[in-house]
Design a protein around this ligand. Structure first.
Ligand code: NG1
Length: 543
């Protein structure tokens, strides 16, 4: 299983990148980073830690309800030259972090062991129930987005797992020097944050000699916990893609009953014409931290409450204190042990379950347009909990704001999107088993699923925005097989499936049609819209 494999550490770049041309281009970048490291820290680095961004091909806003998604790692990544510090006191675990991009100022910090109860971060983190007596504190300011917060977040998992006195460790972390450079555009839905967090965790692991015995799945779980320290209640999609992906494949990543990942080669290489994925940044930046209460975290709460309400309407067993997800509700409705279910069974179960969702459709009686959904009061009544219980289970750990909560629409999005992911996987698997050239029909099928996913994100999940909708329309008009929003949304990127021999023409048409691109320099345009191939997940390279 892909998630059980170790994280690779290579002795040379060409081992990591079998494609010679890519290896040659990257060698220049890696060598430059190593030289800069030596200039700044006056010693050689020992490793380069690398983690890629990702493009989610399909399966949006369903990871946190534990349905499977279909992401691929992209070639754009974060790389860190790193080595034990020669200037900081041994065993202090102090960090000197610098970035080749001058807009990110150098930072120095030392982890502190705090005794006597949980840290502020632990208190804020509802999912974290471990109240260690002595715990590590790195002082992340979650009100402000700072680049080193992701470095600190990456450090937390390593400190807590390997250097926690609460778990009996007597060891001290080594002080380290880190130099970063990155090519994943930030705030664009391509998950620069997961790449930063994963690459940082990897650097701390490798320098403290803790990588051996750690599986990719364990690093994903560590990176998911780490992100909570920066205040995001995310699912594991980004971290799984950044750690587990392999070149030429996307992964079907499943979160229930446990994290598993299956590399699925994309059917592009043997198709006529070949096709690639093109990412296009709308240049609308959605600040997740600021908008979480009426965007991302609201979706998390709406789907969680919907799961309880649906469970009650279907007379499924529910305790007052639990917070089951929609995936768990499906499982209870089926009554079949998960271990006995194949992907095909889940697909047919979703198909059979879809009519049940209609039970959530709110009555529109006496309501004006725009007033669909349920109020907070109605939602609490539907949950069958007292106001106090409801607040404790659904609101005490997160802040949300809405006049009407859209339980029906969000649930319909979740189940139809989960079904599209399984269909997308099936088309790819069938294509792999087909001998000879694939018919263009395969690409059309994948494209139709991408389009349907976008429609659902736009109208049911309501995670798109006018600029992103416009980009998908332009992409279709420019000949894409399919086009959709990727990532959390409310801005960010689209991903489109495009015939490889038409990419240049495609990009030129989008540039012409999308007003914010017209004034961009060639360099900025190349950053905003680019074709990408599935790349490998995180790895280390010995210097
Ligand atoms: P991005 O695009 O990285 O903000 C977010 C979540 C994912 C997933 C997608 C929506 C974080 C760090 N990541 O992705 O887990 O829920 O939205 O599919 O919050």
């Amino acid at each position: 299983m892909a998630a059980q494999l170790p994280i690779p550490v290579y002795t040379s770049l060409d081992q990591a990148m079998p494609d010679l041309q890519t290896a040659a281009v990257q060698a220049v970048r890696y060598n430059n980073l190593v030289e800069e490291f030596e200039k700044r820290f006056e010693h050689k680095p020992s490793y380069i830690a690398r983690a890629p961004g990702r493009v989610n091909l399909i399966g949006e806003h369903i990871d946190y309800v534990l349905f499977g998604c279909f992401p691929a790692a992209i070639e754009r990544d974060i790389i860190i030259a790193c080595g034990p510090s020669t200037s900081a006191p041994a065993g202090s675990g102090g960090v000197q972090a610098a970035n080749l991009d001058p807009k990110y100022k150098p930072q120095t910090f030392v982890p502190m062991l705090k005794t006597g109860g949980p840290t502020a971060t632990e208190e804020a983190d509802a999912a974290n129930t471990v109240h260690a007596e002595a715990s590590w504190e790195l002082d992340i300011d979650t009100r402000e987005l700072r680049w080193e917060s992701y470095v600190k977040a990456g450090y937390y998992g390593v400190l807590n797992r390997f250097f926690s006195p609460a778990s009996g460790s007597q060891e001290h972390p080594v002080p380290v020097d880190l130099l970063f450079t990155g090519s994943v555009p930030s705030g664009s839905g391509l998950s620069s944050s997961a790449a930063m967090g994963v690459a940082s965790a990897l650097a701390f692991l490798v320098l403290n000699d803790k990588l051996e015995g750690l599986s990719k799945g364990q690093l994903v779980e560590m990176a998911m916990q780490n992100e909570k320290h920066v205040g995001v209640n995310s699912g594991g999609l980004d971290q799984a893609a950044s750690v587990i992906c392999t070149p030429h494949s996307a992964i079907f990543v499943n979160f229930y009953p446990k994290l598993t990942a299956e590399p699925i080669p994309l059917p592009t290489p043997r198709t006529v014409p070949r096709a690639v994925f093109v990412c296009a940044n709308s240049l609308v930046v959605s600040d997740k931290a600021v908008t979480a209460k009426f965007h991302y975290n609201l979706r998390v709460v709406e789907t969680l409450v919907a799961a309880r309400v649906l469970g009650r309407l279907l007379n499924l067993p529910l305790t007052a204190t639990e917070r089951p997800t929609l995936r768990v509700i499906l499982s209870r409705w089926l009554g079949t042990p998960e271990a006995d279910l194949e992907k095909e069974d889940v697909k047919s179960a979703i198909e059979r379950f879809l009519p049940e969702i209609e039970k959530l459709r709110p009555s529109r009686e006496g309501r004006a347009a725009g007033e669909e959904g349920v109020t907070m009061k109605e939602m609490i009544e539907l949950s069958g909990l007292s106001e106090e219980q409801f607040n404790e289970v659904y609101l005490s750990w997160v802040e949300v704001e809405a006049e009407y909560f859209q339980l029906y629409k969000r649930t319909r999005h979740v189940f139809t999107e989960a079904l599209r992911v399984l269909e997308f996987r099936e088309v790819c698997v069938r294509a792999q088993a087909t001998e000879g050239d694939l018919p263009e029909e395969t690409l059309k099928q994948l494209g139709a699923l991408l389009d349907a996913s976008h429609e659902s994100c736009s109208t049911l999940c309501e995670s798109s925005c006018p600029e992103v909708d416009e980009l998908t329309r332009l992409a279709k008009a420019a000949g894409a097989y399919g086009s959709r929003i990727t990532g959390a949304g409310w801005g960010g990127c689209t991903v489109s499936l495009v015939a490889e021999d038409r990419v240049e023409e495609f990009i030129a048409k989008i540039k012409e049609g999308y007003a914010p691109y017209r004034e961009l320099s060639e360099e900025k345009l190349h950053d905003a819209i680019f074709a990408t191939k599935p790349s490998s997940g995180a790895f280390g390279v010995l210097c």
